[in-house]
Write a new protein. Sequence first.
Length: 254
Amino acid sequence: MIFSTDVAGMGAWRTCEQWGVGSAESTVESREGLPTVDYICMLRYRIISGIIGIALVLSLLRWGRVPFFALISLVTVLGLNEFYRVVRRNGLRPNMVLGTVVGFSFSLAALLRGERGLELALIIALVIFFFWYLLVLGKSQATLNCSYTAFGSLYVGFFLSYLILIRDLENDWLLVVLVLVATWVSDSAAYVIGKLFGRTKMAPQLSPGKTWEGALAALILTPLASAGFVYASELSVLSRIVLGLIISTAAQIG
C-alpha cells in the first residue's frame, strides 16, 4: 500500500535519532527537504520493524481467523487513510468514509463467505460507486473524486482481503509468510541499493526516495528470496520465482 515519503522518512529519522545514530554529523538536508541519516540505521529500523511485523502476523495466523481478520481490517483502514491523504494533497476530494467502509467490507465478506462473498461484495461496491457518481455528477472534479475513491477501496481493501483467503488454503500460514517476506525483501533491497547506487528518480513528485536502480535490484533479489523459501514446498521453484516477481512489482507500485 502507499505510504508517503515525508511521514515514513521523518518517522524513521526520529527513530534513528533516538538510537543515537542520526547525529548532527551524519544527518544532512536532502534535496527533498527531509533529513538523511546513515542508511545503516534506516536498514536496521526496517529489519527490526519487519521482524516485529512478521512475528505479529504469525501470532495472529495461529490464533485464528477472526484475529487475523482484525489485523487485515486495521491495515486496510490505515492504508486507505494514507492513500486518500496523498490524493487530497493533490487538490482532490475523495469520499474517505465511503471508500473506507467499502474497503473494510471486502475483508468482512472474505471472512464470512470466502471467495464467493468477496465476488458479491465487489459487485455491490461497483453498484454503490455508480449511484454515488450519479448523485455528485456535475460537481467540481466529480469524475476524478469518484474514480480515486473507488480505486482506493479496490486497490487497498480488495487486494488485502485476499490474505484472508490465502490463510484458508492448505499450509495457509506459510503462504502468507512467503508474501510478507517477499514484500519485505523487495522494500529493503530497493531502499539499500537505491541509497547506495540510485541516481535516476522513479517518481519524484509521488515518492522522491524511489529510484530505478533500487527497483531493478528489488526485481532481481525478491524472486531469488522467494525461490529459496523452501517451506512453501507445495509450490515449484518456478512458481515461487514468478510469485516473487509479481509481489515485488506490486509492492513497488504501491
